[in-house]
Design a binder for this molecule. Structure first.
Ligand code: FES
Length: 192
């Protein structure tokens, strides 16, 4: 007697369920991820918008200075981002002195051109913060000690900066920092 065999049908219910199951799971995962993404954005947006600087902070981040009254040989002190800012108008002799200094003699080699703007080589704008440990150097006010190199002198540990604000002697490792700035008119600079 012939044996009765049951052949499997093509595309069984089990296979279809498996495929459907994968599809359903994919859909659920994608939906969950999308919902998660939207949720994360909803949380992040207020955080990011809070982190954006307010107009007050933006205004504080730049400093405008009228430099028209600074005579050659004079310097003034201002404030930039709550730190002292030195602005000096160099004399022709000081410019010549800065330019005649051999670059090899400098601990932090920079020319005067590197530290000033084209067309305004006589205007030296630096932070008034010693690069050793952050004291405020002398040399801005009339009669103050300008050190051995006729620039700025930091009395805290004896750092001497030259007429271009470059470190020449003492423990400070680098030149006085020149901040970002530009001229917004013939007479006004914007620092920051
Ligand atoms: S902080 Fe200026 S020399 Fe030390």
């Amino acid at each position: 007697m012939a044996e009765l065999r049951t052949e499997p049908t093509v595309g069984t219910t089990q296979e279809t369920d498996a495929k459907d199951g994968v599809r359903r799971r994919d859909f659920i995962d994608i939906a969950a991820l999308s919902a998660g993404g939207v949720g994360a954005l909803a949380v992040l947006y207020p955080l990011i918008s809070q982190m954006a600087p307010s107009e007050d902070v933006l205004a504080e981040s730049t400093t405008d200075v009228d430099v028209s009254a600074i005579e050659p040989g004079q310097a003034i002190k201002d404030v930039f981002r709550k730190q002292p800012l030195f602005i000096r108008r160099l004399t022709d002799a000081e410019i010549a002195e800065a330019n005649s200094t051999p670059i090899g003699a400098l601990r932090d080699p920079e020319t005067l051109d590197d530290r000033t703007l084209e067309g305004h080589r006589d205007l030296l704008v630096t932070m008034g913060v010693c690069t050793h440990l952050g004291c405020v150097p002398l040399g801005v006010a009339e009669g103050e000690n300008r050190g051995d190199y006729n620039g700025y002198f930091c009395p805290c540990h004896g750092s001497h900066y030259d007429v271009a604000g470059r470190i020449r002697k003492g423990p400070a490792p680098t030149n006085l920092l020149v901040p970002e700035y530009n001229f917004t008119s013939d007479t006004v600079i914007r620092v920051g």
